[in-house]
Design a binder for this molecule. Sequence first.
Ligand code: G6P
Length: 607
Amino acid sequence: MCGIVAYNGKSNAQERIIHGLEKLEYRGYDSAGIAVVDNGALKYVKSAGRLQNLKDKLEQNPVDGNCGIGHTRWATHGVPNEINSHPHLNTKEDIALVHNGIIENFSTLKEELIADGYTFKTETDTEVIANLLDKHYDGNLSSTVEKVISLLRGTFALAIISSRDPGTLVAARRENPLILGIAEDGVFAASDVPALLNYTRDVIYIENDEVATIQNDGSYSIRKFGEEVEKEIHHIEWSMESASKDGFDHFMIKEIYEQPKVLKDCLLRKVKNDFVDLGETSFTKEEILGFDKIYMSACGTAFHASEIGKRAIEDAIGKEVTAEIASEFKYNMPFLTENSLLIIVSQSGETLDTLTVLREAKDRGAKVLAITNVVGSSIDRESDKVIYCDAGPEISVASTKAYSTQLLSLYLLALDFGYKLGTYDKEFVTDIVKEFESLPEKVEKMFDSRDSIREIAKTIANKKSMFFLGRGLDYLSAKEGALKLKEISYINAVAMPSGELKHGSIALIEEGVPVVTLLSQMELFEKSISNIKEIKARGAYTIAIASEENSALRSVADEVILIPKTHDMYMPLLAVLPQQILAYETSVILGNDVDKPRNLAKSVTVE
Ligand code: G6P
């Protein structure tokens, strides 16, 4: 996720900004840059790769001055290189800005600006803001920013300077985080608290559509829709370590709680006017009809998302789709031909097993569509088409928010295919998209169960093994729940179809064995209830995760966690949450290294 640090005051801006960017490195980035107004002139330096590359360049050519902006970029539009890195400038190069977020209507704005004679150097959505500021400049940077943000759709945190208004720094936000830090020698604007802690613990949280104007003498004002707003100063008590996790104890739980936000971000670029719009990232009706077969391949959590995506795509196209674990598929893909489509799913975009399947498919002339979270990754570069998850960097090894956005992206792809082939009509797609738009609220509601899940985790923590059961899509969700638990608690967790347990594994059920059963699929509900009764009769500690209309389950299972309702097909998006929290709480109780579990790596680049 991009990191912003800006400063205006009495001291050297470069030093403070670079220090702040270093403290935001944990957020993940692929390039960095800085701009400063120095003696009335705008200077900037950018660099691809690590912050050290930028520091090396600045050592040769320092940017002096007391008013500046800095940025670490996590690519969302355009490959991660120096040109696309921030700050971005207007054509005349006298306004510079850094941006965190996604501008939804950037292509329309860009076309209008090109018609007005503006030229563009980068592939980013951000560059349009720089030229819009130029176009609407009214002699005052702050009021110009107020005007320009009213033209933007999407999300942003912005910090802006200009040699036309050399003593002023302007910062604004909508949905993306932005704070001011009030220090003795000046005022900071930043994405996150760690960037400031070395200089101040007094911060102001900027809210949506607020515009902060910071002058060189340390004075500042905050306006919203033209009206000045009074803001409270908060004193931060956190340590540096907990600040980088937004006050959460671990990145994993922070990322679990980010899911409502990233689901919104994931929809932002794939939906227009309540309708799925994947643009160039999808295929035409003729192309879809031309595929002899659709294959999907991935590893770990991404494979679990693929298995669910497979069901959604099959429903949309009315034909069988095959989902294969990449480390096996690469040895056995006899039927994949130049007429096939391969859908690859990977958070990191670098998993070698997955990449090997992709390369083999490309060698055979097949088309490859990737769903990945990392712009510029190998899988991104080598695929024919790419849908980005827009989950932001995932730091915890155990994948949580990436899984949810992989699922949502696959569901949207299925809707797109289904609409193009005539399986779904416009009204149906619109209804589902609206349902997706309401999901973040439902996910939020799930967090209310955290205390009761922690109580369950206390019982589970001293067990050696357990089961995760489900029927239909619930079985596929259960596989992800079991993997999460194994990864971070080191308790052996076996996922099984509920109906298969009786064919052997039930021999392992004895007094106290924990069994999580998922019951989110309405038509399979009765059958799963019978399974719970069967295992309870043999002494199991039964935990049911069920959709909310099934509260009667309380008389059947020992523990019941209720999840909000959506269409059965999309329930996996909600069913995964309590399982993620259960794995997390169990790992914490056991005192494990939650974010860096033993033997695991975030990106596995060996076969
Ligand atoms: C590793 C990680 C898993 C992840 C898998 C696939 O094994 O430990 O958490 O699900 O790789 O990673 P990818 O980046 O391709 O989604």
